[in-house]
Ligand binder design. Structure first.
Ligand code: EPZ
Length: 421
């Protein structure tokens, strides 16, 4: 396993391209199950979670090949409806194959995803959605076993606007008989992009981009080529890292409208931000002002930047701030590791209280999950001295060539292969 060795203190300055969205690709890839054919998904980020989804699709009988950022998928030979535990346990998003398999084959056997670093992540809304569409769903030996000769359109209200459940139900509903109305649907850009691809494939979907999606089922869909949207969470991570190191950055291939809440908070803490249609320029504040955040569903502050924001507030020169996560109330595994870098943070229930002022100092720390690892990178870049970040494979799940992009911005960072840990 690799580690990242970071010599903190350099200001990040320069220009980098944002990669395609990990969570965008992880929605588009299962959609190719819905219609046998060949697909070319461009701007696909070349990172671990995409490799994991490709392995699962291959296990189902599809052909998947990623050349750089071009992903070629052929689902004509797809012949299995079972997503085995050894795949699903590596990545919760594997569960997104449930809806497409059920819609295309009338059955699916998908392993329940395990928990993750910050606690259980249920799939009850996914299951309820399939049942509402007329599937018979059982839990057997850790698997969700769903059967339905023909899915039937209906009304489905999501108690929580779950991204994954919205995607799963949306994909299944495209081939259901009749009309489906999903209310309180997730409006994250990755879901909007999925809906747009489904429409290109021949699906009939109204309300795209809103919390009420109306899908009129069709008898079949057709394969298409699609471009993955930019990764708003990767973009936010680099903006936050630049703010934490007092630098300035020009981010290309990004959609600023996907980041309005994060941009507002970066301006609130004193940064200067300018945007064009596909780029964001940020100049860090001389002094980062303590700025509270509370996460929310889109277009609110994404929970996926909560750890990175906490690191920024800890690296600030003074002031107390509060970070509340209402989406994942226990997503604080990064805090003890940030405290090893000298951060002064108390966690009470789903809130982190950060006391800034003491300079962060380098230490050896361990990534526990993807965004916790990103938070450690932000803090290490701002800290004095050398830090080592272990279990970098967590970070590699969602950040393409992180050390190359940071080096291009002037960071002193290198990836070291290690045998242990
Ligand atoms: C997606 O996960 C993202 N993953 C996550 O990004 C992101 O944190 C999350 O949405 C929230 O924005 C992908 O897109 C692959 P949810 P998902 O269902 O779909 C509860 C990253 O770092 N819930 O919207 O699994 C759940 O417990 C990852 O890139 C239920 O109660 O998230 C949570 O509290 C991490 N029952 C809330 O909804 C369900 O059936 C939001 O979860 C489903 C979810």
């Amino acid at each position: 396993m690799d580690k990242l060795v970071i010599q903190g203190g350099n200001k990040l300055c320069g220009r980098i391209k944002v990669s395609g969205a990990k969570n965008g690709s992880l929605a588009l890839m299962p959609a190719t199950i819905l219609s046998p054919g060949t697909y070319h998904l461009t701007n696909t980020p070349n990172l671990r979670d995409v490799w994991t989804m490709s392995r699962l699709m291959t296990a189902l009988g599809a052909f998947c090949e990623l050349n750089g950022n071009d992903l070629f998928i052929d689902t004509r030979e797809l012949n299995s409806t079972e997503a085995p535990y050894e795949h699903v346990k590596n990545m919760r998003a594997s569960f997104y194959v449930l809806g497409p398999l059920l819609a295309r084959f009338g059955e699916a056997r998908v392993s329940l995803p395990g928990g993750c670093a910050w606690g259980p992540r249920p799939v009850d809304l996914h299951i309820k959605g399939m049942e509402r569409l007329g599937a018979d769903v059982k839990l057997e030996n850790g698997y969700v076993v769903a059967k339905a000769k023909q899915l039937t359109g209906t009304k489905i209200h999501l108690d929580i606007s779950s991204v994954g459940a919205t995607g799963n139900i949306l994909m299944a509903a495209t081939l259901a008989k009749g009309t489906t109305l999903i209310s309180n649907a997730a409006t994250e850009p990755e879901i909007t992009a999925l809906a747009r691809m489904l429409v290109k494939m021949g699906a009939k979907i109204d309300g795209i981009g809103t919390a009420i999606l109306e899908i009129e089922g069709v008898t079949n869909l057709k394969p298409v080529d699609e471009t993955t949207i930019p990764d708003r969470i990767e973009a936010a991570t680099y903006l936050i890292a630049t703010a934490a190191t007092g630098g300035k950055i020009d981010l290309e291939n990004v959609n600023p409208y996907h980041l309005t809440s994060v941009i507002a908070k970066l301006e609130e803490c004193g940064c200067e931000v300018d945007v064009n249609s596909d780029s964001i320029f940020l100049k860090a504040a001389e002094k980062i002002l303590p700025t509270d955040i509370t996460t929310a569903v889109y277009p609110g502050i994404p929970t996926d930047i909560q750890p990175q924001w906490t690191a920024l507030m800890a690296a600030a020169s003074e002031g107390n701030s509060k970070v509340i996560d209402v989406v994942y109330t226990d997503r604080f595994k990064h805090i003890p590791e940030l405290m090893r870098l000298g951060a002064d943070i108390d966690v009470i229930d789903n809130s982190a209280f950060i006391k800034a002022g003491k300079k962060l100092t380098g230490a050896t720390v361990m990534a526990s999950d993807l965004r916790a690892g990103a938070a450690l990178v932000v803090a290490a870049l701002a800290a004095e001295g050398t830090s080592e970040i272990l279990r970098v494979y967590h970070i590699d799940r969602g950040y393409e060539s992180i050390e190359n992009k940071l080096t291009a911005l002037g960071a002193n960072i290198k990836r070291v292969k290690t045998e242990l840990i």
